[in-house]
Ligand binder design. Structure first.
Ligand code: UN1
Length: 501
């Protein structure tokens, strides 16, 4: 493959060899170049630069900060085609999904521009005469964004667009598997800054490529009050403890083991399409991927053959080619993890359809697979574990209570859905006693969340949410201010305090 044109249009001139991070494309295993890395020992200086940027940026009025994000959205529109293809090349998802990811970036920029004029605080009725009380949301300081390989650009933008309008500079540590897309975003951001004008300080966005130690240094830095991290639960647990130790704030987006309940009244045609899209799309490597199908016993026999037929017709192949729906797994480790999970499922009594390696003769150094359907006798440990691969476990239920209990009986609580045309079932699923996930859908699959809603879960994350709704508050600090405009000094209710003269 020859990708130098694409890379140079995105401003990425890379040395072919040398030291640094070697980037391989999961499409065919070919080298894409070597990216220079930051040493962990450089992080204190980088954090200090970001802190200096903060001291200037916090004084720029929020709507003006929004203008920078508006320009970023324009630059992303102009670069959409190229950046989307680079996502495909570096991460392996199909081009439509690469483009979709860039569209999410554009959408969050639009959202954040509007938000830059709506960082509202309350005015509060004071109990004291001649007093006014109000709250103001102020910028917090540098925000570190540690992102994962599977959404290499969108998740950064959910954080960065909000952080920037909120007055916080960003230090971005992308996945070691996707440094190129991060560098391309940095170039795009620089173009927006150049158009913006001189009131944007230097270092509003610093990209640091490197290994785990670089991420650890960021997490430990007292100059970085906010750490937003996406990745495994193990990583999230380490980050949250380290950040809490220094009273920093973490925003975590971790595991998903998302389920769909298919009820007796479900529109099966719609359900099949939703299942295929959300279970095999991105080759099962979304954290919102559908991993568990909880089907009512009366519709199981009607649903499963249709689902298997749909699986058989899905085209697997080079994600850069038109018509392909499923690209490769990210690497050999992901393939091995998938095979181990399937072995365990079989040992637990599961019946596996699919799951084997595909296109090995064409792509010896890439890891294509047939998506797997596994009919399970029960929700065993392997089903409760999130395997980052296209494995769909099928379970059967009789009562809605049983289905909701199965859906909730996993440690992860990201996204969930029910297919039903019965309003009682739908509303029960959405009620306090229903799904325990951060996202709960009716008649749409668990993936494909819009940026306007808060994204994430609360169970395996520690509670932080990203993207829409009022997630912006996580990037700011709340100040309650009381002004006494009277000539007296009334103290709080019931307190008498006399100074003897
Ligand atoms: C992720 O997998 O980390 O809802 C994010 C979705 C996308 C984002 C997924 N909008 O599938």
């Amino acid at each position: 493959m020859q990708h130098s044109d694409l890379l140079s249009r995105l401003g990425l001139e890379l040395p072919a060899g040398g030291s640094g991070l070697a980037v391989r494309s999961p499409v065919d295993g070919a080298s894409l170049g070597t990216v220079p890395v930051t040493a962990a020992s450089e992080i204190p200086d980088i954090a200090a630069r970001s802190q200096r940027a903060f001291e200037a940026w916090r004084n720029v009025p929020a709507p003006r900060r929004g203008e920078l994000v508006r320009l970023l959205g324009e630059e992303l529109r102009a670069a959409k085609e190229d950046l989307g293809r680079l996502v495909t090349l570096e991460m392996g998802k199909i081009v439509q999904e690469g483009l979709g990811e860039v569209q999410e970036m554009i959408d969050i920029c639009d959202f954040a521009v509007g938000l830059s004029r709506q960082l509202y605080g309350l005015t509060i009725a004071s109990e004291r005469p001649g007093h006014a009380m109000r709250e103001t949301w102020h910028p917090m300081g540098p925000c570190a964004v540690i992102s994962a390989f599977n959404f290499p650009v969108a998740v950064w933008s959910w954080n960065a667009a909000l952080a920037l309008v909120c007055g916080d500079p960003v230090i971005w540590k992308p996945s070691e598997k996707t440094p190129l897309t991060a560098l391309a975003c940095q170039r795009i951001f620089e173009r927006a800054v150049a158009r913006f004008g001189s009131d944007a300080p230097a270092d509003l966005l610093i990209v640091v490529n490197g290994g785990r130690d670089v991420g650890e240094a960021l997490v430990a830095s007292p100059l970085v009050p906010i750490v937003s991290a996406t990745g495994s639960t193990r990583m999230g647990r380490e980050v949250s403890v380290k950040v809490a130790e220094r009273f920093g704030r973490s925003i975590l987006e971790l595991g998903g083991n998302n389920a769909m309940i298919v009820a007796p009244t479900a529109d099966l045609e719609m359900a099949v399409r939703a299942i295929v899209f959300s279970a095999v799309g991105t080759c099962g490597q979304r954290c919102t991927t559908l991993r568990r199908l909880i089907v009512h016993k009366d519709v199981r026999d009607a649903l499963l053959p249709r689902l298997k037929a749909a699986y058989a017709s899905v085209s697997i192949g080079n994600p850069l080619e038109a018509g392909v729906l499923v690209g490769p797994l990210n690497d050999k480790g992901a393939f091995e993890g998938m095979q181990r999970a399937l072995e365990q499922a079989k040992a637990d009594g599961g019946v596996v359809t699919g799951g084997e390696r595909a296109l090995a003769d064409q792509y010896a150094d890439a890891w294509y697979v047939k998506p797997a359907i596994v009919e399970m006798p029960a929700q065993t440990d392997i089903v409760r574990h999130e395997t980052f691969a296209p494995i769909l476990y099928v379970l059967t239920y009789e009562t809605l209570e049983e289905a909701i209990a199965l859906q909730n009986a996993v440690p992860q609580g990201l996204s969930s859905c029910i297919f039903t045309t019965d309003i009682r079932e739908a509303e029960t699923f959405l009620s306090a006693a229903g799904s325990d996930c951060g996202i709960a859908n009716v008649n749409i699959g668990p993936s494909g969340a819009e940026i306007g809603g808060a994204f994430g879960g609360e169970k395996e994350t520690g509670g932080g949410r990203e993207s829409g709704s009022d997630s912006w508050k996580a990037y700011m600090r709340r100040q309650t201010a009381t002004v006494n405009y009277s000539k007296a000094l009334p103290l709080a209710q019931g307190i008498k305090f006399e100074i003897m003269g």
